[in-house]
Design a protein around this ligand. Structure first.
Ligand code: ZN
Length: 171
Protein backbone atom coordinates (compact mmCIF):
# COMPACT_ATOMS: atom_id res chain seq x y z
CA UNK A 1 0.00 0.00 0.00
CA UNK A 2 1.47 3.31 -1.10
CA UNK A 3 2.13 5.89 1.64
CA UNK A 4 -0.36 8.79 1.28
CA UNK A 5 2.22 11.25 2.59
CA UNK A 6 5.41 10.50 0.69
CA UNK A 7 4.21 7.92 -1.90
CA UNK A 8 6.76 5.34 -0.75
CA UNK A 9 5.71 1.76 -1.38
CA UNK A 10 7.57 0.55 1.71
CA UNK A 11 4.77 0.54 4.29
CA UNK A 12 4.05 -2.03 6.98
CA UNK A 13 0.93 -3.25 8.77
CA UNK A 14 1.28 -2.63 12.51
CA UNK A 15 -2.10 -3.80 13.66
CA UNK A 16 -5.02 -5.57 12.06
CA UNK A 17 -8.42 -6.11 13.58
CA UNK A 18 -12.09 -6.27 12.62
CA UNK A 19 -14.26 -3.18 13.08
CA UNK A 20 -16.89 -3.38 15.84
CA UNK A 21 -19.56 -4.72 13.54
CA UNK A 22 -17.08 -7.11 11.89
CA UNK A 23 -18.00 -5.80 8.45
CA UNK A 24 -14.43 -4.76 7.69
CA UNK A 25 -10.83 -5.28 8.69
CA UNK A 26 -9.07 -2.19 9.89
CA UNK A 27 -5.30 -2.06 9.37
CA UNK A 28 -2.99 0.43 11.00
CA UNK A 29 -0.03 1.04 8.75
CA UNK A 30 3.22 2.87 9.11
CA UNK A 31 5.53 4.12 6.38
CA UNK A 32 9.13 2.93 6.71
CA UNK A 33 10.44 5.98 4.88
CA UNK A 34 8.65 8.95 6.43
CA UNK A 35 7.11 7.35 9.53
CA UNK A 36 3.64 8.47 8.46
CA UNK A 37 0.75 6.51 9.96
CA UNK A 38 -2.51 5.76 8.22
CA UNK A 39 -5.41 3.33 8.33
CA UNK A 40 -6.91 1.18 5.61
CA UNK A 41 -10.14 -0.78 5.58
CA UNK A 42 -10.75 -4.01 3.79
CA UNK A 43 -14.42 -4.64 3.09
CA UNK A 44 -16.76 -6.64 0.93
CA UNK A 45 -17.87 -5.04 -2.30
CA UNK A 46 -20.98 -6.79 -3.51
CA UNK A 47 -21.21 -5.00 -6.81
CA UNK A 48 -20.07 -2.00 -8.77
CA UNK A 49 -22.33 1.01 -8.37
CA UNK A 50 -22.81 3.83 -10.82
CA UNK A 51 -24.12 7.23 -9.83
CA UNK A 52 -26.37 9.00 -12.30
CA UNK A 53 -26.10 12.74 -11.81
CA UNK A 54 -28.89 15.15 -12.51
CA UNK A 55 -27.12 16.13 -15.72
CA UNK A 56 -27.36 12.49 -16.81
CA UNK A 57 -23.62 11.98 -16.47
CA UNK A 58 -22.61 8.60 -15.02
CA UNK A 59 -19.70 8.22 -12.63
CA UNK A 60 -18.53 5.29 -10.50
CA UNK A 61 -19.74 5.51 -6.92
CA UNK A 62 -16.87 6.73 -4.76
CA UNK A 63 -17.13 5.72 -1.11
CA UNK A 64 -14.05 7.75 -0.15
CA UNK A 65 -15.50 10.98 -1.49
CA UNK A 66 -18.69 10.40 0.44
CA UNK A 67 -16.62 9.69 3.55
CA UNK A 68 -14.61 12.91 3.09
CA UNK A 69 -17.73 15.04 2.84
CA UNK A 70 -19.00 13.41 6.04
CA UNK A 71 -15.72 13.93 7.85
CA UNK A 72 -15.84 17.63 7.06
CA UNK A 73 -19.49 17.94 8.08
CA UNK A 74 -18.58 16.18 11.35
CA UNK A 75 -15.42 18.18 11.99
CA UNK A 76 -14.86 18.81 15.71
CA UNK A 77 -18.12 17.04 16.54
CA UNK A 78 -18.07 14.42 19.32
CA UNK A 79 -19.00 11.47 17.11
CA UNK A 80 -17.25 8.12 17.30
CA UNK A 81 -15.58 7.37 13.92
CA UNK A 82 -16.83 3.79 14.22
CA UNK A 83 -20.40 5.09 14.13
CA UNK A 84 -19.65 7.05 10.98
CA UNK A 85 -18.08 3.94 9.48
CA UNK A 86 -21.20 1.92 10.34
CA UNK A 87 -23.47 4.56 8.89
CA UNK A 88 -21.54 4.62 5.61
CA UNK A 89 -21.56 0.82 5.49
CA UNK A 90 -25.30 0.88 5.98
CA UNK A 91 -25.77 3.33 3.13
CA UNK A 92 -23.54 1.36 0.79
CA UNK A 93 -25.35 -1.88 1.68
CA UNK A 94 -28.68 -0.27 0.95
CA UNK A 95 -27.43 0.98 -2.40
CA UNK A 96 -25.89 -2.37 -3.28
CA UNK A 97 -28.93 -4.36 -2.35
CA UNK A 98 -31.42 -2.40 -4.40
CA UNK A 99 -32.20 -3.81 -7.80
CA UNK A 100 -30.48 -1.20 -9.90
CA UNK A 101 -26.74 -0.87 -10.37
CA UNK A 102 -27.36 2.73 -11.40
CA UNK A 103 -28.38 5.08 -8.65
CA UNK A 104 -29.73 8.60 -8.97
CA UNK A 105 -27.40 10.95 -7.08
CA UNK A 106 -30.38 12.39 -5.25
CA UNK A 107 -31.04 9.03 -3.60
CA UNK A 108 -27.53 8.97 -2.13
CA UNK A 109 -27.85 12.51 -0.82
CA UNK A 110 -31.10 11.59 0.90
CA UNK A 111 -29.57 8.53 2.55
CA UNK A 112 -26.61 10.55 3.78
CA UNK A 113 -28.87 13.22 5.24
CA UNK A 114 -31.09 10.63 6.93
CA UNK A 115 -28.01 9.00 8.43
CA UNK A 116 -26.47 12.27 9.61
CA UNK A 117 -29.73 13.30 11.23
CA UNK A 118 -29.47 10.31 13.55
CA UNK A 119 -25.77 10.88 14.15
CA UNK A 120 -25.34 14.58 14.88
CA UNK A 121 -27.61 17.61 14.52
CA UNK A 122 -24.87 20.11 13.77
CA UNK A 123 -23.27 17.96 11.09
CA UNK A 124 -26.69 17.37 9.60
CA UNK A 125 -27.38 21.08 9.30
CA UNK A 126 -23.93 21.73 7.82
CA UNK A 127 -24.36 19.01 5.23
CA UNK A 128 -28.00 19.72 4.45
CA UNK A 129 -27.50 23.44 3.92
CA UNK A 130 -24.77 22.80 1.37
CA UNK A 131 -26.50 19.84 -0.22
CA UNK A 132 -29.71 21.76 -0.77
CA UNK A 133 -27.82 24.57 -2.46
CA UNK A 134 -26.49 22.00 -4.85
CA UNK A 135 -29.99 20.89 -5.73
CA UNK A 136 -29.46 17.16 -5.80
CA UNK A 137 -26.26 17.03 -7.77
CA UNK A 138 -24.56 15.14 -4.92
CA UNK A 139 -21.21 15.99 -6.36
CA UNK A 140 -19.27 15.06 -3.25
CA UNK A 141 -16.13 16.78 -4.46
CA UNK A 142 -18.06 20.03 -4.72
CA UNK A 143 -19.71 19.42 -1.35
CA UNK A 144 -16.33 18.88 0.24
CA UNK A 145 -15.01 22.15 -1.15
CA UNK A 146 -18.09 24.09 -0.19
CA UNK A 147 -18.20 22.65 3.35
CA UNK A 148 -14.52 23.45 3.78
CA UNK A 149 -15.06 27.04 2.69
CA UNK A 150 -17.98 27.52 5.05
CA UNK A 151 -16.06 25.91 7.89
CA UNK A 152 -13.20 28.35 7.35
CA UNK A 153 -15.60 31.30 7.28
CA UNK A 154 -17.21 30.08 10.50
CA UNK A 155 -13.81 29.77 12.18
CA UNK A 156 -12.95 33.27 11.12
CA UNK A 157 -16.20 34.71 12.45
CA UNK A 158 -16.21 32.87 15.76
CA UNK A 159 -12.65 33.47 16.82
CA UNK A 160 -11.68 36.60 18.74
CA UNK A 161 -8.92 38.60 17.02
CA UNK A 162 -6.35 37.70 19.65
CA UNK A 163 -7.06 34.01 19.08
CA UNK A 164 -5.64 34.10 15.62
CA UNK A 165 -2.04 33.13 15.44
CA UNK A 166 -0.27 35.21 12.86
CA UNK A 167 3.31 34.64 11.85
CA UNK A 168 5.51 37.45 13.10
CA UNK A 169 7.70 38.86 10.36
CA UNK A 170 11.38 38.15 10.66
CA UNK A 171 13.39 41.25 11.67
ZN1 ZN B 1 5.78 7.88 3.75
Amino acid sequence: MRCPYCSSLDTQVKDSRPTDDASAIRRRRVCSDCGGRFTTFERVQLRELTVVKKSGRRVPFDRDKMMRSLEIALRKRPVDPERVERMVNGIVRQLESQGEGEIPSQRIGELVMAGLKRLDDVAFVRFASVYRDFRDTTDFEALVNELKTREDDADEASEPPRGRARPTPEP
